[in-house]
Design a protein around this ligand. Structure first.
Ligand SMILES: Cc1cc2nc3c(=O)[nH]c(=O)nc-3n(C[C@H](O)[C@H](O)[C@H](O)COP(=O)(O)O)c2cc1C
Length: 182
């Protein structure tokens, strides 16, 4: 078992996978790490959709790129024009949805996502938080394809797969963001 500080420092967004599908036990461990995250008022306001269906993954990518291309947002348009796969061709994508009436839906779901990213790194599995999938969620018809329970809204995706390469070097972080008041 890896040391937690080692996992935190070595986790990087992984955008290239071998293509081999993960084992169900590995995904279950990652999901369990997600549901152990802290939540405001212990509401646990989340729902996880594990997508491994290749047709649906292809549809999510292509539909998102199309919507991004016509979004009027210069950055989204340039990503769409590069035709890069927004899901990084991952064999597994988990969509994290939040219960819309919860008090801190987005904070709670983000805590779950970070737990899952760290759990994946602990298993030496690559992962990447996918905000770009939001384009896909803008259309109700697309959301219906995810079969999310009533009252929940999809927030983010996370791509998972075995790493195609070793982790990149730790990037420089700005450490000048702390004030101690004693
Ligand atoms: C809310 C959020 C949305 C993100 N969306 C994307 C995305 O759509 N595609 C992607 O490749 N990376 C995405 N990332 C990953 C960031 O680009 C990445 O965390 C950042 O560049 C720092 O790199 P690191 O994760 O390797 O430390 C997202 C991260 C967060 C927190």
């Amino acid at each position: 078992m890896k040391d937690i500080f080692n996992v935190i420092h070595n986790r990087r967004s992984v955008r290239e996978y071998t293509g081999e599908q993960l084992k169900d036990e590995e995904i279950e461990k990652i999901l369990n790490a997600g549901i152990m995250a802290p939540t405001a008022k212990a509401e646990e306001p989340w729902y996880f959709t594990v997508i491994q269906n290749k047709e649906l993954l292809k549809k999510i990518n292509e539909t998102s790129l199309e919507l991004m291309k016509n979004s009027g947002d210069k950055l989204l348009e340039s990503i769409a024009n590069s035709r890069r796969n927004i899901l990084h061709n991952a064999p597994t994508v988990i969509v994290v949805s939040g219960y819309e009436k919860a008090s801190h839906m987005e904070a709670d779901c983000s805590a779950a996502i970070e737990n899952m990213l760290l759990a994946a790194e602990g298993l030496n599995i690559g992962s990447c938080w996918i905000g770009l999938i939001a384009s896909y969620f803008k259309d109700e018809k697309n959301v219906a394809s995810l079969k999310i329970p009533k009252g929940y809204v999809p927030l983010y995706g996370i791509s998972f797969g075995y790493k195609a390469n070793d982790n990149q070097e730790n990037p420089k972080r700005n450490n000048d963001v702390v004030n101690w008041i004693r």
